[in-house]
Design a protein. Structure first.
Length: 105
């Protein structure tokens, strides 16, 4: 019985650990290396929020991974800087803003 409890606890810990570290996401580095391959596609990324900005109806932030790769995010809501998040959106290219992830809330 003790081994069953131990196995269950380990399995639960593993699930929680993977769920909090962005498993199932596209690495920001991979998107940065070949952005044209992701345009128009839904992607999920994980990183730390930085450089939030809101000017009128335009708002967004940078999402940076542990290797300092970053992606621009356009979003109506602005999470707190320094917060680790996982988000999904459509990767876009614009002549004014370049490549960015469009998140719809």
């Amino acid at each position: 019985m003790f081994n069953l409890k131990k196995s269950f606890a380990f399995a639960l810990f593993t699930l929680l650990l993977f769920g909090c570290t962005g498993i199932g996401t596209t690495p920001i580095e991979e998107i940065s290396e070949n952005p044209q391959d992701f345009v128009g596609k839904e992607v999920t990324v994980h990183g730390t929020v930085e450089n939030t900005v809101k000017i009128g109806s335009i708002s967004g932030y940078s999402l940076t991974d542990e290797n300092e790769n970053s992606i621009r995010v356009s979003s109506a809501s602005l999470p707190a800087e320094g917060k680790e998040i996982t988000i999904s959106g459509v990767f876009m290219k614009d002549s004014l803003f370049g490549y960015y992830l469009q998140v719809s809330e």
